[in-house]
Each structure stands twice: as structure tokens, then as C-alpha cells.
Design a protein around this ligand. Structure first.
Ligand code: BO1
Ligand code: ZN
Length: 260
């Protein structure tokens, strides 16, 4: 790795995760040039617990702004490792999209736009809730998947897409099993590289509380399947056209780490 920032009081080199936790935060999303990022290869692996082996059910809701999935059971999936210190508890998953196949993502890697972006939102287990975590720099960890439009449907999305058909109208909801999240567990994506940086929520209150983890390799989704996301209606009973925040400027001294 090409940066080492910090020697702690005990004179031992701070862990990779400690170094990342001290980086300056930016507003999110951002456009990232991979070749300009310091590359780290020694980070601990990211650990997802209780996602796909979770036999409980969840609920998918049209909030009028996005499609939003939560588990309705007390046992929630957890995320640790990688740039994170401690454990983060899954709160919700949601999507950002647009009317075309290239402006629906929030983060932009090497100038490449995608059709949609999915966020897995977690809060630090040292706080009592997501709301309690938002005021803290180490409050949230959000994993982002970029979704690339392709002609052929991705069968791993079928269960999830069937859910979308039931929630066209705002405030409608449908029960979904954990199996409908299987599309995320694509080894070619999650065994590959990601970028990580300290940033913010991309919707109000825009708090700088997020350790972002964005996989480099996009997940493919069929155009027809994307069409169902684009059919979701907002409060005005017309389809939600675009729920993407524009990319924000990097503040001086901001760094994004490329984990290969
Ligand atoms: S995102 O992943 O950066 N797009 C993102 C943006 C906003 C929130 C979460 C993730 N906001 C939080 C609010 C909470 C609210 C919660 C609903 O969404 O800060 O007050 O309860 O899950
Ligand atoms: Zn989001």
C-alpha cells in the first residue's frame, strides 16, 4: 500500500481500518478515478453474516422515493472486516435509478455511468439505532452495487423483481424472503476490487457519517427488469424518474482507497 498515515501512542502502526477511519470525509456521491487512488491490498476481507443464509422474511416498500427492503425479524445481517472497525448491523437496502441506462448510479468510477445503484445500509453496533448513529463519523457503513443494464434478464433478480410488481404505488409493500437478495452474492463481484472512502448520506440530512464500500465490478440486470424499477410511482402517481444525487466535489486532501 502506498500510504501510511498514523503511528499510535503505543508506537505501533495503526491498523488499516484505523487509518481509513481517520480520513477526511466528503459529501457523497463522488466521481472516482481508480488510477489516482492509493491502492491497498492487505485489508482484511469483508465479512457478510446472515444475509443469504437468513431464512427470515423481509418487507419491500415503495416509499414514494425508492424501493426499500428491511428484515422484519430481530435477527439482522451484519457486516465487518475490510475498512470497518467493529460490526455494522443491516438496516435497509434501497435503490437509485434514472430514466436511462447511464445516469442511474450515484457513484461514478472512471467516468463510467450505470443504470442503477443499490445501497446496503448498516449502522455501527455500538449505537442503538440508525438514527442514533447518523450524527457520528463512524455511524454508518453503506455497500454500493453498481447495476449494469444488459439485454438478457438476470435470473438472480427474478424474486426481487416479482416483489416490485406488487408495489407500483407509493406506500404499498410486499413480503419478500431473504432469498430474494441472492443476486448480491455474486462471487465475481464480491471477490473483486472495491473502493472505500469516508463520505455522507446522499439524501437529507446528508450527514458525513458513512464509510462507503463500492464494488468495482457491476452486477448485470436485464433491461426489462430495470423497467419494473422505473415503473415505481411517487406520491404524484407518476413514475419516479430519477432519485440520484449529482456527484459532489472532493474536498482538499480527500482520499479514496482502492482495495484490490
Ligand atoms: S444513502 O445510502 O446514502 N443513499 C442513505 C441516505 C439517507 C439515509 C440512509 C441512507 N437516511 C436515513 C435517515 C434516517 C431514516 C433512514 C430511513 O434513512 O437519516 O433518519 O430513518 O432508513
Ligand atoms: Zn442510497
Amino acid at each position: 500500500k502506498s500510504i501510511s498515515l498514523k503511528v499510535s501512542a503505543s508506537n505501533t502502526v495503526a491498523s488499516d481500518a484505523e487509518q481509513i477511519s481517520k480520513l477526511r470525509a466528503s459529501q457523497s456521491p463522488i466521481a472516482i478515478s481508480l488510477q489516482r487512488c492509493p491502492t491497498w491490498s492487505s485489508l482484511d476481507p469483508l465479512v457478510f453474516k446472515g444475509y443469504w443464509d437468513n431464512n427470515s422474511n423481509g418487507i419491500l416498500v415503495n416509499t414514494g422515493q425508492t424501493a426499500y427492503f428491511t428484515f422484519d425479524t430481530p435477527s439482522r445481517p451484519r457486516l465487518s472486516g475490510g475498512p470497518l472497525i467493529g460490526e455494522y448491523i443491516f438496516e435497509q437496502m434501497h435503490f437509485h435509478w434514472s430514466v436511462d441506462d447511464f445516469t442511474g448510479c450515484e457513484h461514478v468510477l472512471d467516468g463510467h455511468g450505470y443504470a442503477a445503484e443499490c445501497h446496503l445500509v448498516h449502522y455501527n453496533s455500538k449505537y442503538q439505532s440508525l438514527e442514533a448513529a447518523v450524527p457520528h463519523a463512524d455511524g454508518l457503513a453503506v455497500v454500493g452495487y453498481l447495476l449494469e443494464a444488459v439485454d438478457a434478464p438476470n435470473p438472480n433478480f427474478d424474486m426481487f423483481i416479482e416483489g416490485l410488481e406488487q408495489i407500483k404505488k407509493p406506500d404499498h409493500s410486499v413480503a419478500l424472503s431473504a432469498e430474494s437478495l441472492a443476486w448480491m452474492n455474486r462471487e465475481d463481484v464480491t471477490n473483486g476490487s472495491y473502493v472505500t472512502y469516508k463520505g455522507s448520506l446522499t439524501t437529507p440530512p446528508y450527514g458525513e457519517c458513512v464509510t462507503w464500500i463500492i464494488y468495482e465490478k457491476a452486477v448485470q440486470i436485464g433491461s426489462e427488469q430495470l423497467g419494473l424499477l422505473r415503473q415505481l410511482e411517487g406520491a404524484d402517481s407518476v413514475p419516479i424518474e430519477r432519485n440520484v444525487r449529482p456527484t459532489q466535489r472532493h474536498p482538499p486532501g480527500h482520499s479514496v482507497i482502492y482495495v484490490k
